[in-house]
Design a protein around this ligand. Sequence first.
Ligand SMILES: *[C@@H]1O[C@H](CO)[C@@H](O)[C@H](O)[C@H]1NC(C)=O
Ligand SMILES: *[C@@H]1O[C@H](CO)[C@@H](O)[C@H](O)[C@H]1NC(C)=O
Ligand SMILES: *[C@@H]1O[C@H](CO)[C@@H](O)[C@H](O)[C@H]1NC(C)=O
Ligand SMILES: *[C@@H]1O[C@H](CO)[C@@H](O)[C@H](O)[C@H]1NC(C)=O
Ligand SMILES: *[C@@H]1O[C@H](CO)[C@@H](O)[C@H](O)[C@H]1NC(C)=O
Ligand SMILES: *[C@@H]1O[C@H](CO)[C@@H](O)[C@H](O)[C@H]1NC(C)=O
Ligand SMILES: *[C@@H]1O[C@H](CO)[C@@H](O)[C@H](O)[C@H]1NC(C)=O
Length: 921
Amino acid sequence: MGKKGTPFPFPCPFFTLIILLPLSLSKSDDSDAMSDLAKSLSNLPSSWKPNSDPCNNWSGVRCDSSKRVTEINLARLSISGSLPTSISSLSSLKSLQLQSNSISGAVPSLSSLGSLQRLTLDSNSFTSLPADFLSGMTNLESLSIDDNPFEPWTLPASLDPAPSALTSFSASNASLSGTFPEVLATLPTLQSLRLSYNNLSGGLPASLNGSSIQSLQLNNQQSVAKMTGGIEVIASMPQLTLVWLQSNGFTGPIPDLSSLNSLQSFNVRDNQLTGVVPTSLTSLSSLQNVSLSNNKLQGPFPSFSSNVVADVDSGNNFCNKLPGPCDSRVTLLLAVAAGFEYPSSFADSWTGNDPCGSNAWLGVTCDSSGKNITVLNFANQKLTGVISPDIANITSLTKLVLSNNNLVGTIPDTLTSLPNLQVLDVSNNNLTGDVPKFAPTVTLKTSGNQFGQSGSGSSSGGSSSGSSSGGSSDSGGSSADGSNSKKLRIGWIIGLVVIVVALLALIIAAAIVRRRNKKNIKKFKPVHSSMDSDTDMVKIQMSSTDTSANVKSNNYGFQGLYSEGSSASVNPNGHNLFDQGMHMSIESLRKATENFSEANVLGRGGFGVVYKGNLNGMLVAVKRSECDPVSKKGLQEFRAEIDVLTKVRHRNLVALLGYCENGSERLLVYEYMPGGTLGDHLFDRQNSSGHQQLTWMQRLTIALDVARGIEYLHSLAQETFIHRDLKPSNILLDGEMRAKVSDFGLVKLAADREKSVMTRLAGTFGYLAPEYAITGKISTKVDVYAFGVILMELITGRKVLDDSLPDDESHLVTCFRRNLLDRDRFMKSVDPSLDLSDNESRDALLEMADLARHCTAREHIQRPDMSHCVNRLAPLVDQWRPTSYAEEDEGDLDSGLELNEKLKKWKSNENTSTADFSTFG
Ligand SMILES: *[C@@H]1O[C@H](CO)[C@@H](O)[C@H](O)[C@H]1NC(C)=O
Ligand SMILES: *[C@@H]1O[C@H](CO)[C@@H](O)[C@H](O)[C@H]1NC(C)=O
Ligand SMILES: *[C@@H]1O[C@H](CO)[C@@H](O)[C@H](O)[C@H]1NC(C)=O
Ligand SMILES: *[C@@H]1O[C@H](CO)[C@@H](O)[C@H](O)[C@H]1NC(C)=O
Ligand SMILES: *[C@@H]1O[C@H](CO)[C@@H](O)[C@H](O)[C@H]1NC(C)=O
Ligand SMILES: *[C@@H]1O[C@H](CO)[C@@H](O)[C@H](O)[C@H]1NC(C)=O
Ligand SMILES: *[C@@H]1O[C@H](CO)[C@@H](O)[C@H](O)[C@H]1NC(C)=O
């Protein structure tokens, strides 16, 4: 009403008001606003007569003694129409109840309704809330606006003045967007908060700690990301009686709920919760119903008292199907996982009750008895949290690798008691404190942490210099006492100088060798001959009609490359990668390839042509394709490839050196791989290309190289890439027959949280995993399957699909798995050109064959992870190349190996620390 005095040019309605007032002295102050209301709404009770006294018998209206309207109740009357702005003049209104009608339009400003205690607008057709919603309503106690088709809205970060008596806030299915409205978390009076079926994303704020909320309903958020993060803050909300968080994206464990002694209803079904169900929940005496299904909960099957209505069994990863303790090794491993806050990847992989069984557990390797856990390798798993002292209970452990994670805290002293420990690698974490004193037989890698003060422990100083130089690692460092340390340091300096000089010499030598080879190179066969896919392997690109819709509506949290969402975080509009100095001019590439001369063609395929080029003395492979402007497919693959290759660098992935866009033409420049493709070597029996047959050792090494490259793709720090088209023609060999994976045009980026997503089918027949071919569901296991097929091809020397053979033998995978059942028959199927005369080779062959079988399991969950493949292949290769410690130090994961043997070999080299480098020569 303060607006009455305003000199600004909208006086007319107020004039009318002022003129009318004296004419209706006998009526209520609120007559006009109520008349307005009566005129704006239709289907009202007949007693609502405009221009009559609303305090006289209007149904649902109450007034106070001074004839001010205090209550309007028009609930459930099928009223339509809209609310007039003049409703804001009903300043004595305490209760406005309009629920379950069809009132539409905007909710007008209510900020002058300072007396309003109860506002109920739910189940109408209101389209928007006023910008000043909630402000000014200082006496509001109860608010309900559920089930309205509001435009997306958010609550302001603060309300001034805040509603000081609000006990109930209900806005479910009301288009509330953004993150959890923290302004509500801090209201000291709030008891009931219902925000289900909105568009909220993000986590539960820490400010909920100590809140007075008793009933918390945040279930079924409709946003793509849903609500995420951990739920530990509810442990600090002791008033809670009801917690509904179902159908969201919450992760991490159920916290200790022992302080919630009034909790009656606990529903967290359909989230991604991990870890063991705490006894603080199962034994909670106030509990009446609980729903835990469809999470990734682990450990013993939870057992609730018989008067609790419990929904726990479906879709979790409990060790057993019924209550009862887990296998003791499972219990121990879960205690280890607890330290890491129960990572999702472990929950996915650690299923069943036997960590040494046929389902490989991520990072866990057992001895041949299948009983004792010997290796825990959790490198590069993005782990957070601490190293659990309970690891010390796994007494059979020989190797513990925790490198390249974000672990904090100290190395527990208990680990020094592990009787069989040989290697402890905690490099590149955020560990603090002092490194405990391990037995001298333990190889320690501790660099890249924040241990102690420098100088206090020469052991940690020694460790970091030892590892960072890439040579052998030191053992315990107990020998480095004060008088020796100077000598040691000088020794290191000399060593480093020798190493640098040696490396320089090697590089120069390599360059000279390459120049010499230049003339001979033309006789090598095409490098990127994906073209053989055009002859007998059909490359398929099918589009299932509504995949993008699927992806969105299923909330898989996945976006294809260059869809709106992913580019926002990855590379807005695909542009930032064009700033990385990798652009090359078309002129330089013309020059490098002698104007794309036919003589320089290395290969042709569906994608275009690959040329050999000489870029200022450096040999390169230039892939040139026309971008189809209609389908945009070419452009997407081009960008996918650049995008992947600028983010990934690994010695088993072909490196991208540059790119060029020239009109509709797209060019990618790679390192040149003189050895051709694996396919050339394996399948060219007539040897028309002059490629040498690969020896068994070379094949083993290639298998490990490929496994390492793909493992790296699958376990990058931020993202998971899936290759989707792994096959021998995409595996390139260098001059030493070491392999690198190439062709990233079909690579998909999968959000970490999601294991499998629907996608456009892409790949090559024969290498397609069954579930991918049938359902289009893609996961990293698609690459594992293809890898298994390649292992079979390496062993048999035949192609996966061979039409020249009888029908029942034309499919290698079927035939190979069948042959494996009979050892003699299997040995007959092995490539006859392989020399397998010694037992070691034969054992390695059988091991690789078994891995191939495992990788091609029909069910994707039965296939191992790529890291498991690396772990199984590495020891086989190490038998041949025992000095591979140098490789490990380049950051690779590795393996459950013959540690004793390696240790011995390494020790004999200990005095000549440069010896390792000789293997590079
Ligand atoms: C009030 O309305 C009721 C019916 O709605 C009617 O029976 C009654 O006579 C009315 N009283 C007055 C004073 O108008
Ligand atoms: C959500 O609200 C709309 C009206 O805006 C209603 O039609 C729909 O049934 C509600 N959905 C649920 C799940 O209650
Ligand atoms: C959530 O937001 C999207 C757009 O961001 C919108 O299309 C959808 O209707 C909203 N859903 C609800 C329940 O508010
Ligand atoms: C909650 O707050 C109390 C004190 O204000 C603090 O001691 C406690 O650690 C907090 N808990 C959480 C989960 O933030
Ligand atoms: C590990 O051993 C310690 C000491 O014996 C024991 O207190 C602890 O409970 C054990 N941890 C597990 C997970 O069994
Ligand atoms: C390995 O398991 C066997 C039983 O299968 C047991 O006898 C042996 O002690 C175990 N070794 C270690 C180191 O725990
Ligand atoms: C390591 O921990 C310190 C403090 O504990 C923190 O400031 C720093 O950001 C952490 N570094 C990493 C890489 O996590």
